[in-house]
Design a protein around this ligand. Sequence first.
Ligand code: MV4
Length: 447
Amino acid sequence: MFQRILIANRGEIALRVLRACQDLGIGTVCVYSEADRNASYLRYADESICIGPPPAAKSYLDISRIISAAEVSDVEAIHPGYGFLSENSHFAEVCASCNIEFIGPPPEAMRMLGNKARCRELAKKVGVPTVSGSDTVDSEEKAIAVAREVGYPVMIKAAAGGGGRGMRQAHNDVSLVSGLLAAAAEAGAAFGDSSVFIEKYVEKARHIEIQVIGDKHGNMIHLGERDCSIQRRHQKLIEESPSPVVTPELRARMGADAVKLAKAAGYWSAGTVEFLLDPGGKYYLIEMNTRIQVEHGVTELVTGVDLVREQIRVAAGEKLSVKQEDVRWNGVAIECRINAEDPAHGFRPSPGKITHFFPPGGPWVRWDSHVYTGYEIPSNYDSMVGKLMVHRPTRGEAIAAMRRALEEIVIEGVKTSVPLHIEIFGHTHFIRGNVDTTFVEGYFAKK
Ligand code: MV4
């Protein structure tokens, strides 16, 4: 096992990785930007190194600064968390060339699966269902031909994109041509790769993702699904496991397909295979996330598997501590992502000082967060202030527990998504589990 690792991230995920290291008896080095110099979790690290000014490009995204910190502190491995450099295969290669273990998948697997067009190709090759559509399209004529063949509406997606960036819907040839240009330009600017492909638009779908984890000895298991259909502008608001609509046999089929895809890419570490599930019960792969995700905690609650611990163990060359046949799913876990954002102003980020904070707690509640009274939320990074999770035997009890916890939490000084979460947890469609990916936007349109 590693003696000492560096955590190349900030906020609640830095704290989450610190806790896993504490449990494993591993020494820790945190890096932080000037905006995070007062971060509470830094006290739990054995060593903390300032790596630069607030802009992420000059700190958390700067490979040379992070590698320098790793070299001077003599760590054996780097945990990238989520976001920032976590899905950067070049960074993983630089780590390898410096003889530092990247706590994540091998770079070749990241490159293959992180590109949506290549991921789709691999899925097709190994027989995992995909949405009907095309490989990357290089002309308007080709795009129109594909769209007419699969039938409108279609989605135009950037191959290098993810989480809805570089994505456009099109209902006819005219919006297809304008959408192609817009998606390609957005992807070129954001990812330096403007290639796009076309998929049939799957209507009234739910977003179901399968958690996988593998080791370097060829073992790969799935830990069931998370239902992430409650999103707003491609930002997830609520995640739950199990999905109210996934049966044990559907879970087994989707899980086997997720494992098949990851194995075909020579994957190890934690990863998530995203599917759309249509109202007829058919599922289609859409992309793979080659990192630990924000919402990993709901899977930990229902399976009892510590995903960050397993990630670190397998990176160190150990075998997975769980076998597929021993995985059990107990009860229902739900997570609310609590963001500092202002619903009265289009949910724009609401950075600033938290003047009063009281955490939710009590039985069945898990609160993963780095914030405290007096904490100043920097404007440089994302606006998530914490993840509120509950775990109960049934979905109805989980909803009740979440409503109690949402009423308890106090965050003053900034605007947050707590009132929105309270509204959703009182909404009959949500309570009945009767939602699809258009729920939040549809709900606000009607108000
Ligand atoms: C889709 C889709 C319908 N058809 N692809 C959104 C985020 C990205 N991961 C994929 N997304 C979608 N891809 C096809 N072919 C609908 C969405 C989608 C969506 C998915 C999950 C949750 C909310 C969503 C909101 C709008 C669109």
